[in-house]
Write a protein of this length. Structure first.
Length: 366
């Protein structure tokens, strides 16, 4: 019995192994299947009517690859030449119609063994994408003393820059590249005889894209230097003024920065203080000018400007923060405005006082 029992156990094990082999025989066929090493770390780089695929080649026996797309109706055969032990393979598929793609990649060795399938997806951009791009907005382009100051609006998240051309005073075409993080651009030695510039906005639809895309070139008219309207026929009133000194609102439109409209010093009277002006005729305005009193002593800080054509219905043009400077300040409006009457509502000064003084206020066109 001691000898018979071990022999029984051996026969049982052999029988079990035979049954396990029977399970895999239909898949093995005449022998084991040998696979070529599959591609590794596949990356996709979209482009303009083209696309780049990249992967790592680790199996030293692999010599060929095949790429399928469009449900295997299109394919590309590649012969792979190894340079390094772990090599990078790059291939550009071009031309490709714009759209989304799915790719299947196989590799082969010299014995014809094929790898398992590795799939990836990618996007190809084209005319449809380009036509959807919007140029970066230009908020203002102002000329003064041979220089143009451009203020840019917010850029789309896929914008990478702006290409700009203009003609300088010598007649030479200048080319400027504007970084996407620049909110202002200065064009020096500008020829105002050609009062415009052209620009195209540069896009990169994906951080991995191999191509850049551009909007059509836009032509922007440059506004000329500010020209102030004459104030000799204007009249002014105010909510209050320093009556004991006689420094009334008319001093703010008399073209004399030495005289001022001084707000009332009466105890308990505080901001806001308002000066109202009648220009006598309706004017088109690009902006307003301000001159602080000198020496600077609590100059105006926050003001609101309202305008009217009938002195009954008023429209606010917004609030503006003036600088604490003796230089004339030009407050450019986002959009031009047409009106006869305007009023400046003074809301604070740089001294945190209850009143201050204003030397001059004006309106300009371009």
């Amino acid at each position: 019995m001691k000898i018979f029992f071990p022999y029984c156990m051996i026969l049982l094990l052999l029988s079990a192994c035979s049954k396990m082999d029977d399970t895999y025989k239909p898949f093995i066929g005449k022998g084991e299947i040998t696979y070529a090493g599959a591609v590794d770390s596949v990356k996709v780089f979209p482009g303009k009517n083209r696309l780049q695929l990249s992967w790592l080649l680790t199996d030293p026996q692999v010599t060929k690859a095949k790429i399928y797309w469009n449900n295997k109706s299109d394919s590309l055969d590649m012969v792979l030449k190894r340079v390094y032990e772990v090599d990078t393979v790059n291939v550009i598929l071009s031309p490709l119609p714009e759209g989304a793609y799915s790719f299947d990649i196989y590799t082969f060795d010299d014995s014809g063994n094929k790898s398992i399938k590795v799939s990836t997806t990618g996007q190809v951009y084209g005319e449809r994408y380009t036509s959807s791009l919007l140029p970066r907005p230009v908020k203002s382009a102002l000329y003064s003393n041979g220089t143009v100051a451009i203020t840019w609006g917010s850029a789309d998240s896929h914008v990478t820059g702006t290409k700009l051309t203009y003609t300088d005073a010598s007649g030479t075409l200048q080319r400027v590249t504007v970084p996407v993080d620049s909110n202002t651009t200065t064009l020096s030695n500008f020829d105002f005889g050609i009062p415009s510039f052209d620009y195209a906005t540069e896009y990169k639809p994906d951080t991995a894209a191999i191509d850049l895309f551009y909007t059509d070139y836009q032509t922007v008219a440059v506004k000329g230097p500010p020209l102030e309207y004459a104030k000799n026929t204007w009249t002014a009133t105010a909510s209050d003024y320093d009556e004991p000194s006689g420094r009334g609102p008319g001093n703010a439109i008399d073209n004399n920065p030495s005289t001022v409209w001084h707000m009332s010093k009466v105890a308990g009277l505080t901001y806001p203080h308002t000066i109202s002006v009648d220009m006598g005729v309706v004017n088109l305005a690009y902006g307003f000018t301000f001159i602080q009193r000198t020496p600077l002593d609590g100059p105006l800080k926050l003001v609101e400007i309202e305008v009217s054509s009938d002195k009954t219905t008023w429209e606010s043009l917004g609030s503006f923060t003036l600088l604490s400077t003796a230089d004339k300040q030009f407050i450019e409006l986002t959009d031009t405005a047409t009106f006869r009457y305007f009023r400046v509502i003074v809301r604070s000064d740089y001294k945190n006082s209850n009143f201050t003084a204003l030397a001059e206020v004006g309106v300009y066109k371009r």
